[in-house]
Write a protein that binds this ligand. Sequence first.
Ligand code: FAD
Length: 391
Amino acid sequence: MTHAVDIAIFGGGIAGLWSLARLQQAGYRVALFERHALGGVQSIASQGIIHGGTKYALTGKLTGSAMAIGEMPGIWRAALRGEGEIDLRKVRILAEHQLLWSTGSLASSMAGFFAGKVMQSRMQALDRGRFPPPFDDPGFRGGLYRLEEPVLDPRSLMQALQAQYGDLCYRTDSDPVAERHGDGWTICLAEGVEIRAAAVVLAAGRGNADLLSAFGQPEPAMQLRPLHMLMLRGELPPLHAHCLGASANPRLTVTSAPAADGRVVWYLGGQVAEEGIERSPEAQLRAGRDELAALLPWMTLDAAEWATLRVDRAEIASPGGRRPDDAYVGEHERVLTCWPTKLAFAPRVARLLEQRLVALDISPTHAETGRLPLSRPPLARLPWDEVERWN
Ligand code: FAD
C-alpha cells in the first residue's frame, strides 16, 4: 500500500522538527522519518545558546553571520512565551542571558569592541557589585557583560516538539530507496512501507550525504567540522558564559545544567573544543583542566569529575571549510536539503523551506495525515546522561 504525503522529512533534529511544525501548521500533509532518536545528533549535544550574533562580532564589526542571526533570539523568545510561531512554553530556560567575560589582560585591547555602537545595543556591562558566581571573587579582574541570548535545555526543547508533533514522526532504520516520478518521489522504506511525496526535505545533519545519494543527487556538498567537547560534574555554580580570547572565536564557552543527582554539569566548548580534535580524551581532559585553572584560578575544581565528547557539526561545504554565515536550504528535483548551521537558525530554515515550496508551486493539500504502520522514534538523551565513565 502506498501512503501519500505532501512533504516527507528525513531527520528529527531541530531542523526537521521545527520544519515539521511549520509545514503542518501551513496545511501540508507531512511525515518525518528519523533513523535513531528525536533530538538528533548535534541538536541534543548543542549548548542550547540562542545566539544573537554577538560571538560573531568579536572582531568589532558585524560579519554576515552576526547580521543573519540577529533576529533569531526575538523569534525564539516569542515562542518561549507561547506567542510565537511554535509553542515552546514547556521548554526549560537554563539562563535568560548568556554572559561574556573578558580576562583582565584582554579588557584593554578589546576596548574598541566594547565601545562599538553595534555591540552596545547587544550587550550590557554588569557592575562589579552585581557579578554572579563564580565572578564574584576578588581574584576575578576582568569585565562581565550580559548578552541578549537565552540558553535552553535541548532535551526539553525536543520533548516539547515531540509532545506536539510526535504523532507525525516515525522511525526508519536505513536509507530509503527513492524513485522520481512526474510530480514528486516514491520512497520505499526498509520496513516495507512505500511513501509518495510531492517533495522531500533532507534535514538529517551528516546523514544528508547518504540520503542525497539515495535520491540520486550529486550535490550539494557537505562539510564536517569536528569538536572535542568537555564536561565536568560537581558542586559548581550554574554558569552560561563565553570567555573572550584574542581571536574572533570565544576562547571558552561554558553552559551548565543540573545533573540527575543534584550536582551541576558544566559543558565546555569554544576554542578548547575546536583545538582539541587531535587530542586523545586524556590529553583533552588535561587541556580542559589547564584552561579552567588559567581562566578561573580562584576556583577549586579538584573534586569535579570529567568526561569528553566527540561530535561533528554538519554544514554546507564552504570555501576553506569555514563556518557558513547563514542557514542553508537548497533544492534540486524537489529534494530540499538543509543544514541550519546553528540551532538558533531553525526558524529561518523553516521559513526558507516554505518559500522554496511556494516557488515550486507545491501547495498545502490540507488533508489529514493517516497513521503510517511504523514505530515511533525515542527521545535522545543529553550527552552527560550518556557518559559511561567519569574521570
Ligand atoms: P541534527 O541535530 O544532527 O539532527 C539530524 C537528525 O537526522 C538526527 O536525529 C539523525 O539521527 C537523523 N538522521 C541521520 N541520518 C538519517 C537518515 N538516513 N534517515 C532519517 N534520519 C536520519 N547551535 C546554536 O545555535 N547554539 C549552540 O549553543 C550550539 N552549540 C553546539 C554545540 C555542539 C557540540 C554542536 C555539535 C553544535 C552546536 N550548535 C549550536 C549547532 C547546532 O547544534 C546544529 O547546527 C543543529 O543542531 C543542527 O540540527 P540538525 O537538525 O540539522 O541536525
